[in-house]
Write a protein that binds this ligand. Structure first.
Ligand SMILES: CC(C)(COP(=O)(O)OP(=O)(O)OC[C@H]1O[C@@H](n2cnc3c(N)ncnc32)[C@H](O)[C@@H]1OP(=O)(O)O)[C@@H](O)C(=O)NCCC(=O)NCCS
Length: 170
């Protein structure tokens, strides 16, 4: 990630009181499907092991939500990642994913999966760049077709990235 911004923010697991701020960031990111406040509260409390926020001072400026894949024990599914538009392109998305991968690998999880629409260039570039940084693989495939997502919604393509290894394992 970009060194000049590393000290500007911290990353930590979520707590209940983050739910509202995470909702507001998702609301500011038009490419994200906005879920209910209740959903973000659940994520920040019951899924806190793999839900993270980036914080600058006391301000939440980004989040990532993820959970262990229920059918693939080696995989973490990354549900949403969003960075406050005022803080884009400062390495915050990358830092959130790096932190998440470290947590996953510590817990024996070696792959991440996520879905991305074809038009979401920033997200595609973010995950592709991560794949390169870890010198690993990214397999892209069909997942949720537009016909299942409603008229206004593009198809969501599945990205499976890994394997990730503990630093020093290679
Ligand atoms: C995707 C998102 C989380 C990236 O967060 P970010 O903090 O701006 O990302 P970073 O600064 O870590 O950028 C990492 C890399 O992603 C790529 N990237 C980021 N924004 C980009 C953009 N607008 N267009 C093209 N590439 C972009 C770049 O390759 C960048 O690395 P580089 O600047 O060294 O070349 C952010 O754009 C966002 O919140 N978007 C709206 C929500 C969203 O679409 N989430 C993903 C849903 S699947």
């Amino acid at each position: 990630m970009k060194d000049e911004t590393r000290s500007d923010f911290g990353i930590r697991n979520t707590v209940k009181s983050d739910g509202q701020a995470v909702y507001l960031i998702a609301e500011k990111c038009p490419s994200l499907d906005l879920n209910s406040r209740y959903c973000y509260l659940l994520l920040c409390t019951q899924f806190d092991k793999y839900c993270l926020v980036a914080e600058a001072g006391k301000k939440i400026i980004g989040f990532v939500s993820a959970y262990p894949h229920p059918h693939r024990t080696d995989t973490l599914f990354v549900w949403q990642i969003g960075v406050d538009p005022d803080f884009h392109n400062r390495g915050i998305g990358t830092a959130l994913l790096e932190h998440l991968i470290t947590l996953a690998v510590e817990n024996g999880i070696t792959y991440i999966e996520t879905t991305i629409t074809t038009s979401n260039k920033a997200s595609r570039a973010l995950f592709r760049k991560l794949t390169e940084a870890y010198n690993t693989n990214c397999i892209e495939s069909d997942y949720f077709p537009a016909s299942l997502l409603g008229e206004e919604h593009e198809a969501e393509r599945l990205f499976r990235i890994g394997p990730f290894e503990r630093k020093g394992d290679k």
